[in-house]
Design a protein around this ligand. Structure first.
Ligand SMILES: Cc1ncc(COP(=O)(O)O)c(C=O)c1O
Length: 405
């Protein structure tokens, strides 16, 4: 796993504490939420350790304390954990992201046997978290990994990781949130003595600051999509409606697309020659006011695709599913893609040919405005200013990071 650290990856080094955070008292329930992997039965142990912190604070002696500061407010005490580094949840523990390590025996590494979700925040709040958790539940049902964490517990973990890590990014920036769950460890490497680890899924929740600089050029000028000769995995092999991490075919397809144009991304055809999706997004084709997107049987049901459907309806458009061919895309007035981290991006070139006017279209523009109204921020402005700020902080030029977004 890669461990982004502090400001290199867009996190501040110096923590900012919100008044709300400081006001939150630590109750036993709050503690269980802070580390939801700890069962209620252990809450007593937690309470004792807090009591020790309390006594240590009284003595002005923090040795042995789990907390960096213990404050008193309204006859209650509030713990503020160390905030100098983003945290992650991994297999029962909240840890600094730099300590989040997955075993090389893990089937997520060995086989790519892992299901995942990517969520994002708007104004530091997870967006459509329930819908992402429902899709994750669907993925887990289909793969049958040895995983049994209740959804509420996972939701609490996400909420805690996000509220901690949002303190480390500028107020106007947002986070991507990753959940991944693997099939556990490889029994062949462990032997029978390790069967318990082989029967326990690995669970991780981590975040990353959204890399606006990777999208600004594409937002302004549009993406170039290319259909490589690599096809989408047939649904008989891997059901495309589950969000999985086994993605070598996507990697190879994007590599092939970049041989055409360094900034191009792949959109895969299925074995019948129908358009499916990109490695990170759903595609939409506009013909005379009609918006079409490929079949839900051959693609992942995107959460941003659902958002776009709702927004389009509110603007008087209907998004329908259709089998789309390369020629349908080339003949379109407009094409765009949707994906959780960037919301929506225009497509202005397809297989090296211009789409429509060659510029981002009118329907796309209306949907960007509607999406911005829905989430209460101007999403284009956030990408523009966020990109400029992140490039400045990292001392990079736009030309350094135009590719691979
Ligand atoms: C293959 C694929 N299609 C579509 C999407 C878009 O899904 P969402 O809108 O939920 O991000 C993703 C997201 O990563 C994806 O991996």
């Amino acid at each position: 796993m890669v461990h982004p650290k502090s400001c290199d990856s867009g996190y501040h080094q110096i923590p900012r504490f919100s008044k709300e955070k400081i006001r939150h008292g630590v109750s036993l329930r709050g503690l269980a939420a802070l580390n939801p992997a700890i069962p209620w039965a252990n809450a007593q142990g937690y309470f004792l350790s807090l009591l020790r912190s309390f006594v240590a604070a009284q003595r002005n002696d923090f040795r042995g304390s789990r907390c960096d500061t213990v404050r008193f407010t309204d006859n209650s005490f509030t713990s503020v954990p160390r905030m100098t580094e983003p945290i992650a949840y991994l297999n029962g523990k909240m840890i600094p992201i730099s300590e989040a390590r997955l075993s090389v025996f893990d089937l997520g590494v060995v086989l790519g046997a892992s299901v995942t979700e990517m969520i994002r925040t708007f104004r530091h709040q997870p967006f459509r978290l329930d819908q992402h958790l429902i899709r994750l539940g669907h993925s887990l049902d289909r793969v049958g990994f040895p995983y049994d964490m209740p959804s509420d517990q996972l939701r609490a973990i996400v909420t805690n990781v996000v509220s901690h890590n949002c303190e480390l990014i500028p107020e106007t920036h947002d986070l991507g949130i990753i959940i991944f769950i693997t099939a556990g460890q490889n029994l062949t490497y462990l032997g029978l003595a390790g069967r318990q680890q082989a029967r326990t899924a690995s669970v991780c929740v981590h975040t990353f600051p959204l890399p606006f600089e990777l999208w600004i050029q594409k937002f302004n000028d549009g993406q170039h999509l290319v259909t490589p000769n690599i096809r989408h995995i047939p649904s008989e092999s891997i059901d495309p409606t589950i969000k999985v991490r086994s993605r070598l075919h996507w990697y190879l397809a994007d590599q092939q697309a970049r041989q055409t144009d360094d900034s191009a991304s792949a959109v895969l055809l299925d074995h019948d020659g129908n358009i499916t999706e990109t490695s990170t997004g759903n595609i939409f084709v506009v013909h005379g006011g009609q918006i079409q997107t490929p079949s839900p049987q051959t693609t992942l049901g995107g959460i941003s695709q659902q958002v776009l459907s709702e927004l389009a309806r509110s603007l008087g458009y209907e998004i329908t599913h259709a089998d789309l061919r390369v020629d349908d895309v080339l003949a379109a007035d407009e094409v765009f893609t949707s994906s959780t981290p960037y919301c929506l991006l225009p497509v202005t070139r397809f297989n090296q040919q211009r789409i429509g006017t060659g510029r981002p279209g009118k329907v796309f523009g209306r949907l960007v405005v509607a999406w911005s109204e829905l989430v209460g921020i101007d999403i284009l402005d956030q990408i523009r200013t966020g990109a400029a700020e992140r490039l400045k902080t990292a001392n990079l030029e736009m030309a350094d990071c135009e590719t691979n977004g």
